[in-house]
Design a protein around this ligand. Structure first.
Ligand code: DQA
Length: 150
């Protein structure tokens, strides 16, 4: 099987991880998370492409650019999760299996975080496991491509 190409996309304010609201998001930096993902990817037949943007348009352009190049997406859209119909439409448009991830458990937090407008166009959602949410997201995405039944 050809190597799977997975995009890991981080939305707004995630570039500040490690210094931002550490009690909620932990002490690992975004680079630490990307490095952990790379270590996990080495164990599997996958290549990872990383992208972070604080702007909605930047995220949408990157998602569009995944067409024909990327087999699956792991997306933490940050606060855009809760209201960006444009990002939701971009995911639906490119038709690439996408797993939504969050470091924090969005359902244990403020009510405005309980809604994800992107969830209906994603394969599934992982929320609340800190940096490990990304690893779980990768494993979940890979299970879609594997022939093994759980
Ligand atoms: C987040 C949760 C969002 O509500 C928040 O706006 C973020 C991070 C998370 O990973 O827990 O920026 O997506």
């Amino acid at each position: 099987m050809a190597e799977l190409r997975i995009a890991v996309i981080h939305g707004p304010n995630l570039d500040l991880l490690g210094t931002r609201e550490k009690d909620i998001y932990g002490t690992r930096s975004l680079q630490d998370i990307d490095d952990e993902m790379l270590r996990e990817a080495e164990k599997q037949a996958v290549s990872l492409a990383f992208f972070q943007s604080n702007s909605e348009g930047g995220l949408i352009d990157y998602i569009h650019g995944c067409r024909g190049k990327i087999d699956g997406i792991i997306l933490n859209a940050g606060a855009y999760t809760h209201y960006s119909i444009a990002i939701r439409d971009a995911i639906a448009a490119v038709d690439i299996p996408t797993v939504e991830v969050h470091l924090s458990n969005i359902y244990r937090r403020e009510e405005f975080r309980h809604t994800s407008v992107i969830a209906p166009v994603c394969v599934g959602q992982i929320s609340g496991f800190g940096a490990y949410s990304y690893i779980l997201g990768l494993q979940a995405l890979l299970s879609l491509f594997s022939e093994k039944e759980i």
